[in-house]
Design a protein around this ligand. Structure first.
Ligand code: SAH
Length: 214
């Protein structure tokens, strides 16, 4: 690593810590996955900045500190089977793949899934399965999941996702209307129902129904 890159990486990790990402396993995973591999074109040089950036299909790669806080709230264990809704660039899935046994990630845009798969292959991340699907229905054939992370905002937690969470399982997702401030919430499935905890205000692209026509 050149001095300049090493310094940017240090600033990147410092920004994560100062915004509340303190879990050492999460910090280690975020140190190992280079965000620069998930951002292309003119935005690549801003990959180490703590800002969301545009990706293909009019979508965005989330702000690193938000990725860190969501991953931390998910409390992923090494034996966990995780579902991510909203593959986007594949960055979040790559981080999850270092913490979990297996990650299923779905997106409604074929192009995003194809490009993310190429990145996973290039990085040797063999425990990620990417699929084109409408994630608001979850992934019934692989359910139940120990952990579910949704990276697009629905007005309410989608029923199929609540149902596909294993007992004791955790789901983290933004809820609220698009173009408004949304709430990041943590849902824990208990024997008698679901517990809800509000974590912080966030802003995500909307969860849109159906497969995109591209
Ligand atoms: N986690 C991504 C960023 C996600 S942006 C990353 O690390 O880069 C949100 C993504 O959710 C977009 O790619 C969008 O296409 C996808 N999305 C929106 N609605 C969806 C749905 N119903 N099913 C699956 N993916 C959806």
């Amino acid at each position: 690593m050149t001095g300049d890159r090493a310094e940017r990486k240090m600033r990147f990790l410092y920004a994560l810590r100062s915004k509340g990402v303190t879990d050492l396993r999460v910090l280690d995973a975020m140190e190992r996955i280079d965000r620069g591999a998930f951002v292309t074109g003119i935005f690549a040089e801003r990959a180490q900045d703590d800002v969301p950036l545009p990706i293909a299909c009019g979508q965005t790669i989330s702000q690193p500190s938000v990725v860190g806080l969501m991953t931390q709230a998910l409390e992923v264990g090494p034996r966990d089977k995780v579902l991510e809704v909203g593959t986007g660039s594949g960055y979040q899935a790559a981080i999850l793949s270092l913490l979990a046994r297996r990650v299923y990630t779905v997106d409604r845009h074929r192009r995003l899934v194809r490009e993310a798969e190429e990145r996973f292959r290039a990085l040797g991340l063999v425990n990620i399965v990417a699929r084109v699907a409408d994630g608001s229905h979850g992934l019934p054939e692989q359910a139940p999941f120990d952990r579910i992370l949704v990276t697009a905002a629905a007005e309410d937690p989608p029923g199929p996702l609540l149902a596909q969470l294993r007992e004791g399982g955790i789901m983290v997702l933004p809820v609220g209307q698009s173009d408004h401030v949304q709430s990041l919430i943590k849902v824990t499935r208990r024997p008698g129902g679901h517990d809800y905890e509000e974590l912080r205000a966030v802003r995500f692209v909307p969860l849109v129904e159906g497969i995109a026509p591209d």
